[in-house]
Design a protein around this ligand. Structure first.
Ligand code: 8YV
Length: 328
């Protein structure tokens, strides 16, 4: 790091309070109009910056990193997921990577719960009916959905967000089941009254709702493959607020179209911002534009984490939220 203030290039518009503090601390290049960076702009940023602050919309692959100048020392990601960054390649070049864990877990869990409720209870469909002016009045059999209370929730990936979802879902009377690379400590399992399934396949075959909370890594790409989706019960609902790539989206769409599933609540997609038009035409799905962590409070907290990571690194210390190649 230079003795003078490091040049920090931020690829997207961040909350005002964060940009102001960043300008006080560092030599900053902001993205005032918030346009998504082109590949050329990313390459140029990598060539010029000491610190790059990207988001999920920037693909920092080995090609972009090959443009990194002598100066680039840190990629301080604004976000928890780092699947858009080639972390191994960055490390080979001596570029450290940090992220912003913890601060968005509760917001993402809230949005997950909103989807777990919205799909079986047909919330979005009912709202559309009112706006379209097609509601002709109450009837005993109108807009019947399905009860949440007493249903089995299967959580795929029981990290911070998965556990935050489990706590909420308990309050809604769901029983908690989970599959994770590692089994949780007994005390956490007891607190959440969570049942561990070593076999993902066996869990999938027995749940009413499946909610995805694992990161997207080479090991979890299409974890919910066509074969695994076919194990789900025909009334099951699939909720995803993690990453689109964890589910084989085409297989999911095929099953939804054939009514082989109860429905889906999706906040993330395999080819964002593109959304499969077949999904848009379906009534038994609720679709959100990757807004699981989109609260003002959360974005400010994320920004503060970015600031702390850069400042500690610039001061010659290990930043608190380092991401190492063996973690992805
Ligand atoms: C963020 C997310 O909005 O942090 C993450 O991994 O998926 C989102 O909640 C986004 O990544 C910010 O870059």
């Amino acid at each position: 790091m230079p003795q003078t203030k490091p040049l920090v290039v931020v690829t997207r518009k961040l909350p005002d309070a964060i940009e102001t503090r960043m300008m006080e601390l560092f030599n900053v290049r902001l993205n005032i109009d918030d346009h998504p960076f082109t590949r050329d702009e990313l390459c140029q940023a990598a060539a010029e910056a000491d610190v790059l602050v990207p988001t999920v919309t920037d693909r920092i692959d080995s090609g972009v990193l090959s443009h990194a100048g002598e100066k680039l020392r840190l990629i301080a990601n604004f976000g928890t997921g780092v699947d858009h960054i080639d972390v191994a390649s960055a490390h080979q070049r001596g570029v450290a990577v940090t992220n912003t864990p913890d601060v968005l877990s509760e917001d993402t869990a809230d949005m997950t719960m909103a989807l777990i409720l919205a799909v079986p209870r047909r919330v979005a469909e009912g709202e559309r009916m009112i706006r379209e002016g097609t509601w002709s009045g109450w009837s005993p059999t109108h807009m019947l959905g399905h009860r949440i209370w007493g249903k089995r929730l299967g959580i795929v990936g029981m990290g911070r967000i998965g556990q935050a979802v489990a706590r909420r879902a308990r309050g809604f009377g769901m029983t908690i089941h989970y599959h994770n690379r590692r089994r949780l400590h007994e005390s956490v399992e007891q607190e959440l009254e969570a049942t561990y399934w070593e076999s993902l396949d066996q869990m999938l075959a027995r749940m009413d709702v499946i909610s995805v909370h694992c990161p997207h890594t080479p090991a979890t790409y299409h974890l919910l493959s066509a074969r695994r989706l076919a194990l789900l019960r025909p009334h099951a609902y699939v909720v995803n607020t993690a990453r689109g790539e964890v589910i084989d989206e085409n297989a999911l769409v095929r099953m939804l179209a054939k009514n082989q599933l109860g429905g889906a609540g999706l906040d993330v997609f395999e080819h964002e911002p593109a959304v499969n038009p077949k999904l848009i035409a379906m009534n038994n799905v609720v679709l959100l534009p990757h807004m699981g962590s989109a609260t003002l409070e959360g974005r400010v907290d994320m920004g503060e984490k970015v600031l702390i990571n850069i400042k500690t690194f610039a001061d010659g210390h290990k930043p608190p939220d380092r991401v190492l190649p063996n973690m992805v």
